[in-house]
Design a protein around this ligand. Structure first.
Ligand code: CAA
Length: 259
């Protein structure tokens, strides 16, 4: 599938840029968006020429204003349960290579949850994060109650979920939800520059670093540290470790094979 319509996919050197493309609905995430994202992320993950991905929203107003309320409105419990609605997002979170969310405006409900699925978030100074599902009579459904709590702690996460209030970019950075805030006009340039930096790293080490940071969310400390050490040991079987350490000693840039 390359005839995407709900998203745009471009490659810029070794970086894939994916843009949510429903500006008329503030990039609300409907089933078509999800199907196309699953395809685009899988294509990125399996393309040996691509080493980092940036996900952003089209238009100046929104990254994504949530799951598509109009698509969900008439659904009943058995429809949602039988379809295991939202389970497809797990495929996006299984992406092994690095990816960044460049949040350019509203990241509400599912929009905030997709941003939190990324390895990290770079936000424009106009970004607004929130989990306003309570106002619709529901709750987060794409991981928000868990990932937001892990990111910013119980008190703030609980406050946001119970009041539905939005958090601005400065507060989001202070709270640890986003890695960096940049002026809106420079967001894409900064996110792509960061992605290029990552894409220039030894690819095996990039995937290993991602795996071990993520292990911190899944494993008890002793097990996580053991996992880290074993992966670290494993990289000593790679060409890029030999090259990386030789390049350091010889005072030259490394030349990576990904092997
Ligand atoms: N689903 C479907 N359509 C949406 C949408 C959404 N989540 N958010 C915005 N839109 C649509 C609006 O219906 C509107 O379309 P029409 O022009 O056809 O009426 C268009 O986008 C523009 O939106 P607004 O006119 O509302 O723009 P605004 O500037 O006045 O307000 C906003 C912006 C505060 C973000 C407001 O749109 C809003 O509150 N959106 C909904 C936010 C929300 O509740 N998100 C959670 C969704 S549920 C969810 O995500 C569940 C989950 O856990 C995954």
């Amino acid at each position: 599938m390359t005839d995407y319509s709900a998203i745009l996919v471009e490659t810029k050197g070794a970086v894939t840029l994916v843009t949510l493309n429903r500006p008329e609905a503030l990039n609300a995430l409907n089933s078509k968006v999800l199907d196309e994202l699953i395809h685009a992320f899988a294509a990125y993950d399996s393309d040996p020429s691509q080493h980092c991905l940036v996900l952003t929203g089209s238009g100046e107003k929104a990254f994504a204003a949530g799951a598509d309320i109009k698509e969900m409105q008439s659904q009943g419990f058995s429809d949602m349960y039988n379809a295991n609605f939202f389970a497809g997002w797990e495929q996006v979170t299984r992406t092994r290579k690095p990816w960044i969310a460049a949040v350019n405006g509203f990241a509400l409900g599912g929009g905030c949850e997709v941003a939190m699925m990324a390895d990290f978030i770079i936000a424009s100074d106009t970004a607004k994060f929130g989990q306003p599902e309570i106002k619709l009579g529901v709750t987060p459904g794409m991981g928000g109650s868990q990932r937001l709590t892990l990111a910013i702690g119980k008190s703030k996460a609980m406050e946001m979920c119970l009041t539905g209030r939005m958090m601005g970019a400065e507060e989001a950075e202070r709270s640890g939800l986003v890695a960096r805030v940049v002026p809106a006009a420079q967001l894409l340039e900064e996110a792509l520059k960061t992605a290029e930096t990552i894409a220039a790293m030894p690819p095996l080490a990039a995937v290993a670093n991602k795996e071990m940071v993520n292990a911190a969310f899944e494993m008890p400390l002793a097990q996580g540290i053991n996992f880290e050490r074993r992966l670290f040991h494993g990289l000593f079987g790679s060409e890029d470790q030999k090259e990386g350490m030789a390049a350091f000693v010889e005072k030259r840039p490394g030349n990576w094979t990904g092997q």
